[in-house]
Design a protein around this ligand. Structure first.
Ligand SMILES: Nc1ncnc2c1ncn2[C@@H]1O[C@H](COP(=O)(O)OP(=O)(O)O)[C@@H](O)[C@H]1O
Ligand SMILES: [Mg+2]
Length: 407
């Protein structure tokens, strides 16, 4: 089919796809979104939705027939389909190998370690009955057979430690702490161990890389985690770190993005430890929750930057216009059809930029939207963002009665 507009296929239709669609419209890029959920968040900003699973090889390959470029907003897509699409001459950015490296957190760790990227000490933790798992010169191999033997094996690595599932974890769901003296391995499934890092600050550095490796990097953003939900609660710019730590964070993040050869946006999660080390936690080879504040606070937002990078356009300026704070709007109360309470009250607060994701169902702990406030200083922005976030409560509509009064 002949067309003049650039055709972009995105696998996954959540909020990242929705916000990518806004940037795509500005550049007159026509977006097709592939997602199994009817009326997914990205459907509202895409030209069309293909209702299929992103792990469905045939559906993904067929959907790419008219695409000039294929990208992703989630990591768990059929990489076999991406390979097939690339064989046919259509670039997939990021590529299959990048996603396969990221899918398995242990392979990701190993890849970063092999490239000399600083990270927590780690070691494989094999499942009951299986051999020692892949070699890990970065740490000790730990053979765990369950029960006391597993405890002994973990003790050999050194406790306390963090157990991480190799596959499928997100929002802290695949992460558990093993306390000193424990003989219980909390998570079942293929996993590995990491040194429990004493974290001073969690940082995110967004690195955009074009098709020939040209790179632009945003300054570090500070992530505040929700201690119960284990997901990002707030993101702050500027991060409260010294210029030398900021420079080190930038260097390490660029090194990490290059190590996986991520094309497009790469969000590099970092730990600044209490003893001053900058370590890579993990990489998301796509736009990321930690970069939402770039929509209002940066010269180029992360979604447009991702488009520029994957389409081979000049990368935009990453200059920040000033301090900003983003807060996630998380579902609470009961599960059910989405209702946002207190929206008008939040919008009445000056300078509050609200982004609702259009998810039909609200669930406790689910990301339902976010808001960003820009101010002349970070402390003010943080207070204003907290007040606006307090005004909004997103629930399944079942629990209207338990709603506190919003005047
Ligand atoms: N080695 C570690 N030491 C201390 N805390 C950690 C470690 N790894 C992860 N965490 C904490 O758990 C959170 C989630 O871990 P992460 O590997 O980023 O998983 P997810 O894929 O769920 O984001 C991190 O943001 C951090 O707060
Ligand atoms: Mg993480």
């Amino acid at each position: 089919m002949a067309h003049n507009r650039t055709q972009l296929l995105i696998l996954g239709g959540g909020q990242l796809g929705r916000m990518l669609g806004v940037a795509a419209a500005r550049l007159d890029v026509e977006l097709t979104v592939l997602d199994p959920t009817p009326d997914c968040p990205a459907a509202a900003t895409a030209a069309r939705q293909v209702a299929a699973s992103f792990t469905d090889f045939d559906a993904v390959v067929a959907a790419a027939a008219d695409a000039d470029v294929v990208t992703v907003e989630i990591e768990h897509v059929s990489t076999a389909a991406l390979r097939e699409i690339a064989r046919g001459g259509t670039p997939t950015r990021p590529g299959a190998l990048v996603l396969e490296t990221i899918h398995d957190k242990l392979t990701q760790r190993q890849t970063l370690h092999d490239a000399g990227v600083p990270g927590p000490r780690f070691g494989a933790l094999s499942e009951a009955g299986s051999p020692g798992g892949p070699g890990s010169p970065g740490g000790k191999n730990v053979a765990a057979a369950g029960g006391g033997a597993a405890g002994a094996a973990a003790a050999a690595f050194g406790l306390p430690a963090v157990q991480k599932l190799r596959f499928g974890g997100y929002d802290g769901r695949g992460v558990a702490v093993l306390d000193r003296g424990t003989d219980v391995i909390p998570l079942s499934g293929p996993s590995y161990l990491e040194e429990l890092v004493d974290i001073e600050t969690e940082l995110s550095v967004l690195v955009a890389r074009g098709p020939s490796g040209e790179t632009t990097t945003y300054p570090p953003f500070e992530m505040e985690m929700d201690p119960e939900l284990n997901l990002v609660q707030a993101v702050l710019y500027p991060a409260a770190i010294s210029p030398s730590v900021a420079a080190e964070a930038k260097r390490v993040a660029e090194q990490a993005a290059a190590a996986i050869d991520g094309i497009g946006m790469n969000a590099v999660e970092l730990f600044l430890t209490t003893d001053g080390r900058v370590l890579v936690n993990e990489i998301a080879p796509r736009p990321h929750n930690s970069g939402h504040l770039t929509i209002e606070a940066a010269e180029t937002d992360q979604f447009e930057q991702h488009l520029r990078a994957i389409l081979g356009l000049p990368l935009g300026s990453t200059r920040m216009r000033g301090p900003a704070v983003m807060r996630n709007l998380i579902g609470s109360g009961t599960e059910g059809p989405t209702t946002h309470h207190g929206l008008a009250e939040a919008l009445a607060l000056e300078g509050t930029h609200v982004h609702l994701y259009g998810k039909r169902a609200s669930r406790p702990g689910r990301k339902m939207g976010h808001l960003t406030v820009c101010r002349a200083d970070r402390t003010e922005a943080r207070a204003a963002a907290a007040a606006a976030a307090r005004a909004i409560r997103t629930t399944g509509s079942g629990d209207m009665m338990s709603e506190r009064s919003t005047k």
